[in-house]
Design a protein around this ligand. Structure first.
Ligand SMILES: [Zn+2]
Ligand SMILES: [Zn+2]
Length: 248
């Protein structure tokens, strides 16, 4: 598709796309939520803590380094795809083909969520925490820039699952792009420091099952619990869900 099957050209292209996408989405939410007068913002501030300039600088530097890491397995799979060696496809075949698209998206999101939950929990073990995960928790009050703010070892650990899945589990290229885009947006919004979802959504089915900024911010302020990425399923199953009861 691009890069003419050359790994390094594809890698450079993907790195540029990931960085550009990160700056556009995080930059937009930073402006919308933090740089305008608070009374104009149609969202709920989650804590009173003010993130420092040093925190934001740290988040941007670490997120940019993560982009260079995320692009590597993705570029490897793109090159494989050009040689016909993956389960990525472009043609949709009939009604079943269309039905499979949301199913494949859910398979990728649920697998990623389960992988993240268990690796994230493991990284809270003191032995791994200092080495791999302390970087992410430097943001006590994260901002949208914290979306990819991980130590390179953590970014590396989380970067390979989806590309490897795309070798074996059929997924339409558009669905794969949707998954990556949705993950960037939710990672930015879940670290935004503000809840952008309406209160009725957070109190309802969506907030009950899907991880929101309200949920993930508690991981940063309370530190233990709320290890999931997309869904509250594993936190609820394993008794690590610490969403404070929301009055219905
Ligand atoms: Zn953590
Ligand atoms: Zn976080």
């Amino acid at each position: 598709m691009f890069g003419d099957g050359n790994f390094w050209t594809t890698y450079a292209f993907l790195t540029a796309i990931i960085i550009a996408r990160y700056f556009m989405i995080a930059g937009f939410f930073h402006y919308y939520l933090w740089l305008r007068p608070a009374e104009k913002v149609k969202a709920t501030r989650l804590t009173r803590h003010e993130p420092t300039k040093a925190t934001i600088r740290h988040e941007i530097i670490m997120s940019t380094i993560s982009a260079f890491i995320y692009a590597a397995p993705a570029a490897w799979v793109m090159v494989m795809w050009e040689n016909g060696g993956t389960a990525l496809y472009t043609e949709v075949d009939g009604i079943l083909g269309w039905l499979y698209i949301p199913i494949s998206i859910l398979i990728f999101l649920f697998a990623n969520d389960a992988f993240f939950y268990w690796t994230h929990r493991a990284m809270h073990h003191p032995r791994l925490y200092n080495l791999m995960h302390r970087t992410h928790h430097k943001s006590k009050q994260p901002t949208p820039w914290a979306a990819f703010s991980f130590h390179p070892t953590e970014a590396l650990l989380e970067s390979w699952l989806l590309p490897v899945m795309a070798i074996f589990i059929p997924i339409h290229v558009g669905a794969a792009l949707f998954v990556l885009m949705a993950m960037t947006v939710t990672s930015v919004t879940n670290h935004a420091g503000w809840e952008i979802l309406p209160r009725s959504w957070v109190k309802g089915w969506i907030g009950d099952n899907i991880i929101s900024a309200t949920h993930h911010n508690m991981h940063h302020t309370k530190f233990n619990g709320n290890y999931g990425l997309h869904f509250r399923l594993w936190d609820k199953l394993m008794g690590t869900d610490i969403m404070e009861p929301v009055k219905k």
